[in-house]
Design a protein around this ligand. Structure first.
Ligand SMILES: CC(C)(COP(=O)(O)OP(=O)(O)OC[C@H]1O[C@@H](n2cnc3c(N)ncnc32)[C@H](O)[C@@H]1OP(=O)(O)O)[C@@H](O)C(=O)NCCC(=O)NCCS
Length: 223
């Protein structure tokens, strides 16, 4: 019997308790959550394609998540019950774009987005989430990174550096482990001032590759 298992569970529970997050199961999202998550997403990730597509699309994106079998959300709430952080996991990130084209008004939202923000959305995001297979490994060779991906992690500005992001990742990883997965990916902007790089490194991810064309880094860790 592996004596590590109970102590690892206690550690995860203690971590979750200490920052007030619940058990590993994903959270169910209702209409009030779609609105709150859309607003928080746009505040925390203003440069993302979803933010550039506007408030209505962001809400539709979170509404899509609420009944997706392939995407799961893990939420954190403040003392008054308001969502102040979230982590979104995709079990099939390579086909997420196809699902978004089919099940959200992506085309209409791209056409409606105007000006510089709209053009940026269009350029960076004919697909908001580039497929997980279009990347280069550390030595520049094309690589396939085929694993569940933490497609979004964000914490309200006033709640950062208190372990909330780390605890949400721990919940998502614990759920993945229970579901039989062994690895997960994360992706972030390839930019020297991007602090998310330190966050992923501190939470056990290793840099696996980059997409120079789209300016993203791909990170991987065990769960
Ligand atoms: C990245 C982010 C999710 C981190 O959430 P958080 O709750 O502040 O992170 P934690 O408190 O759990 O930090 C865990 C560790 O990551 C590292 N870290 C987190 N934020 C960091 C920062 N701004 N600078 C340097 N290291 C950082 C630290 O090592 C930290 O441990 P420590 O506080 O004990 O030193 C949050 O800053 C955020 O929402 N940023 C904007 C959105 C974003 O960039 N998301 C990631 C890409 S989708």
């Amino acid at each position: 019997m592996n004596s590590d298992v109970p102590s690892r569970r206690i550690t995860l529970q203690a971590l979750c308790d200490s920052v007030g997050v619940g058990p590993p199961e994903p959270d169910r999202l209702g209409p009030a959550d779609w609105r709150r998550l859309a607003a928080l997403h746009r505040e925390c990730l203003p440069g993302s394609a979803i933010a550039a597509l506007g408030e209505r699309y962001a809400e539709r994106f979170y509404r899509y998540l609420s009944d997706s079998a392939q995407e799961h959300a893990f939420l954190h709430r403040d003392a008054r019950g308001a969502i102040d952080a979230a982590c979104v996991l995709s079990l099939d990130p390579g086909a997420l774009n196809c699902r978004l084209w089919r099940r959200t008004p992506l085309l209409w939202s791209l056409l409606r987005a105007s000006g510089a923000r709209g053009r940026r959305a269009l350029a960076s995001a004919l697909s908001p989430f580039p497929g997980a297979h279009r990347y280069e490994s550390g030595d520049g060779a094309p690589a396939v990174f085929d694993a569940p991906e933490l497609i979004l992690v964000f914490v309200a500005p006033g709640r950062r550096r208190r372990g909330v992001g780390r605890a949400l990742l721990a919940r998502a990883r614990a759920w993945l482990r229970e579901a039989g997965y062994r690895r997960c990916l994360a992706r972030t902007r390839d930019h020297p001032r991007n602090r998310a790089v330190e966050f992923y490194r501190a939470t056990g991810f290793e840099l696996r590759g980059r997409s120079s064309r789209r300016g993203f880094q791909v990170w991987e860790s065990g769960v």
